[in-house]
Write a protein that binds this ligand. Sequence first.
Ligand code: DHB
Ligand code: FE
Length: 266
Amino acid sequence: NTTPRMRTVLASLIQHVHDFAREVNLTTDEWLAGVEMINWAGQMSNDRRNEGQLLCDVIGLESLVDDITYRHANKADKPPTSSAILGPFWRADAPIRENGTTITFNTPEDGLVAYIHGQVTCAETDKPLANTSVDVWQASTNGLYEQQDPDQVDCNLRGKFITDAEGRYSFYCLRPTPYPIPFDGPAGQLLKLMDRHEYRPAHIHLIVQSEGYSSLTTQIFDKDSKYLEDDSVFAVKDGLTVEFKPRKGDPQAEWDLEYNVKLARK
Ligand code: DHB
Ligand code: FE
């Protein structure tokens, strides 16, 4: 069924693609090179690799759509925590884990352990939000998410934590490290053509969901990381950088991060 919205979006897409071709006097060879790149992306993609999304990300499209989606929320008097792009490595089936437990089941030798804890509140009223899901995922120090790496156990470095009566969550994980996005496909080719590198700054992904509130998809970035200024997928925003502090008296973790989240009411 074609909705009015679909007609609007399609008509505009076709108009802009035609304008683009006219503007650059696109040649047959150039058009075919673009077709090949799209086909290559399709051939590379499977349930562990989303090359179509990666292609969009290196040209900043996912980041732009994220900006458009959350523009109004960030203009509120008391704005919620800023959003960031989802990226290609989220999994819908991550397990629920107990607060205070770890998401690291294959600790790499060069891995530094961090304890992350915080409170989720209503941006408007500061009321703590109990029973809120905090879904987190991160790459290991080799730059690979668990589904990209046969040496990591299933759902390593990911899990969902449910906030307690005070809206609090906590878990142990790795202090994140910078890493390259997959560079052996068309997204990597495109980066090379633009003389750009493939690195992302050290980050952890979160989706925070609470009944009656807008779902928040975001990433937090280590303020001491490289590549904050030139993230290959343009996800870094003001207000999303965090400071890991030395953690005292905990044999389980060297680093500590308090990270509080504010959600907007629906
Ligand atoms: C992308 C996002 C990530 O978080 C990541 O680890 C790799 C790639 C992306 O947006 O394409
Ligand atoms: Fe990531």
